[in-house]
Design a protein around this ligand. Sequence first.
Ligand code: F6R
Length: 366
Amino acid sequence: EKGGFDHFMLKEIYEQPRSIKDCMRGRIYPTKGLVQLGGIKEYADKLKNVDRIIIVACGTSWHAGLVGEYLIEECARIPVEVEYASEFRYRNPIISEKDIVIAVSQSGETADTMAAIELAKEKGATIFGICNVVGASIPRLSHAGVYTHAGPEIGVASTKAFTAQVTVLTLMALYMAQQRGTISNSKLVHLLTELDNIPSLVEQCLKSNDTIRVMSEQFKDARNFLFLGRGSGFPVALEGALKLKEISYIHAEGYPAAEMKHGPIALIDEEMPVVFIATKNSSYEKVISNIQEVKARKGKVIAIVTEGDTTVKNMADYTIEIPDADEIFLPLLATIPLQLLSYHIAVLRGCNVDQPRNLAKSVTVE
Ligand code: F6R
């Protein structure tokens, strides 16, 4: 049932070109520059006028929420707050019937996320659910929503569910932009045409698997790891760190690259691997100077770069290429090599990647 793969996790990583495609099916019309989301269309008018969106989630789904914040603010110019469901619910949050709350959950059964929804509902907010499991509790508690349609995820560490959540949030951001007129139709045609091609770019990212497996040998005994990125590369860094710690038990932290000098830089020595999201986008030059800071302290740099990059290649110890795409699609591509990196490191360490210790697939306790 693992379809020839050694683990469900690897099978699910490889399913992503298909799961992302399934997630977009019937929802985008690139030549018309049109996004259709049947699950939230009743709220199209509300989206036109909403002043604020709050995203609540836990774990990997919270990371997807952080990508969503970047996407919705960038595309639809709506202020977004992203909250850990477990913190939101205990803080007497300020919310009203004017707000839209988006709850993101693979399983649709996470206790803290459900409690956050109930609280927001009591205060009159409109709830959208983004969920993978059809008919689960969260979609039933929500007023409206969009399923991710990634198919069942067996590996405890979320992979294809994360990229499907990011895909839905991308669709939502573009849908909101369309309702609010913040992106022109011709630009939407362009972006949706690129989005339609993302599954084949993800396929290309998977071709780095052998390179990553070989490189992982060098890092299997590391005791710590840092993951750094800027902009939408920051949540990708957080997700890379979470994936590594949960399946390999190596301590890892994700940080915004520029925050490194405010503390974590003290950790850097020749023993410290630092993974950079260093693709060609608006923060490229800044990330380069962060890489220099790490190299000056003899840290080991693994950089995720845009295909054909030479500048970073000359500075980093290892580079992994991903194809070029519009900046808003970067998280969907840059995540793939990080999933593979944690997978191979964990396998080399003899860990049970599909069922890491102490973790459950759905967390139904508070
Ligand atoms: C990490 C992971 C967890 C879940 C979190 C929320 O790989 O899977 O961090 O993301 O427990 O679960 P859902 O999305 O089911 O609400």
